[in-house]
Design a binder for this molecule. Sequence first.
Ligand code: FE2
Ligand code: FE2
Length: 278
Amino acid sequence: MAKPDTPHTPLGTPVPKSLKEGGTIEPVREILWGTSAGVRKYETAEEVPPDMRKLLVKLMVVQADTEFASIQQHRPWLDSAPTLEDRWIEARIVADEARHGLQACRILRDFGEEGQKMIDELLTKAEGHHKLDAFNMKFDRWSDVGAFTCFVDRVGVYQLRAFQECSYGPLARAMPLMLSEEQLHLNFGASVLRRIAKDEAKYYGDKAEAQAAVNKWYPRALDMFGHSGSETSRKAIALGLKRWTNEEARERFIQEVTPLTNAMGLELPPADFDRHIL
Ligand SMILES: [Fe+2]
Ligand SMILES: [Fe+2]
């Protein structure tokens, strides 16, 4: 028996140290990096300084735009994916991306009229008119869904991880749930690609088709990190908004996906193959 003054859950197990009385994990309140490291995080839109406000709004517009665009891309496969399980996961992905879009728009909404104007524009964007190339391409084949979720959603995870514990409190606190949902998407993508590459006859397509999908989406995924040497990415780090420069994040991504793709019996094209943004 534990001592009577040790906090316990209703089932009698001791409460982990990270849980305070009341059951909440204490949020990190200070800015952890950049020029304002050690100062309290910005918790409301009103507190955010003008240069950071501009960048934060821009980043949230891009974030929301990718979420809404991917719903348009996935939509045709909701009731035409190869198996029932695939259709169910497609439906989950679409629901998750809608929630992520809503989450980014809630942050935009905090920025008053300026944010609301951005939301209104985002909600009228038609397919093919989005900011990033990866989100203007259709999923013509089921292998596109596999390669997109494996590579493009994975870049999305890098972008979200770059915001983890960032200097804007409401954004930092939105990250854990978004990240856990994205994890499902990219695991699903890898499994779809693997099944296409390895179980050709039983599932869908063949290895050559899986390789073609890799060659189509991998360059667009690498482009998503943005220009190397970008001033904006350095500014985002100085403001405590992002953790890595574009090239650092892109390099980490390449290190991660190379063994993953090779294990499927597939190859990644060179990093400069078919690239639009270097
Ligand atoms: Fe998302
Ligand atoms: Fe996703």
